[in-house]
Write a protein that binds this ligand. Sequence first.
Ligand SMILES: Nc1ncnc2c1ncn2[C@@H]1O[C@H](COP(=O)(O)OP(=O)(O)O)[C@@H](O)[C@H]1O
Ligand SMILES: [Mg+2]
Length: 287
Amino acid sequence: MSHLETQNLIYVYGEGTPFKITALDNVNIDIQKGEFVAIIGHTGSGKSTLVQHLNGLLKPTDGKILLDGENIWQSKSKIFDTRFRVGLCFQYPEYQLFEETVYKDIAFGPTNMGLSKAEIDERVRNAAKYVGIPDDMLSKSPFDLSGGEKRRVAIAGVISMEPEILILDEPTSGLDPMGREQILALIKNYREQTGKTVIIVSHSMDDVARFATKVIVMNSSKVEISGTVDEVFEKSSRLREIGLSVPQITEIFIKLREKGYDVSEKIYTVEQGYLELKKLFEGRGIS
Ligand SMILES: Nc1ncnc2c1ncn2[C@@H]1O[C@H](COP(=O)(O)OP(=O)(O)O)[C@@H](O)[C@H]1O
Ligand SMILES: [Mg+2]
């Protein structure tokens, strides 16, 4: 059974108005426990609308969302439960920090869950550790932190609820390269340590190739392609048609192959590229 699934999901903004927009048009996705899913697609393709359905923040116009086989909208208690089991971190989540200390911000979710003070404390410290926020920062005001630190605090605020599924909507957008690497490393590390299902909306094909076990490509409110990294990036010409790219390293290998070099086009990470070039050089007696 799928861990999280959508069945013919349809969502219309402004139904019954002249501004009606169908943001999701018959979307079917299917996610297994422990997968690391990347959702990609150009701006306006429906990614944020889709992820806001997965934790019950938006209610489908039509279709279903199933969590462990059960419709999340089947009852009030089920939808309440879903919001804790599926944690969603919005794009630019730092705009939603509002408490007077970092500690209180991270504690907000667990407090709403009705946990004891001791349990809340343990969760706050644990979540802070995952995102690399040191103890002495917990008493600071979130407004005194750097952009990257604020982002990490916001992510800790979701992790502290210990959701079974963690969803991050463009978690690295607007950060400098170092801030981006830190966020990606912490997400990767979190998944490896907890084995939990992680879903990321991402713009960077290079990042997606490095971490995803499954890629879902959205285009014009629909799922255009879905599969493993290989299955998706293999369709490089279709991706270009819909305004997306393949990883830069893949472009290089496609060009090398066009120029007659005996290399694979199915190279999606720098590591794979290194091994492929090594093979090529060794074949020519260069090492
Ligand atoms: N709150 C909203 N009200 C009306 N239309 C919206 C709203 N949010 C998004 N949309 C529209 O829905 C479509 C999908 O948007 P979105 O899910 O934000 O896409 P993405 O995250 O891929 O950029 C776009 O056409 C967008 O303009
Ligand atoms: Mg978006």
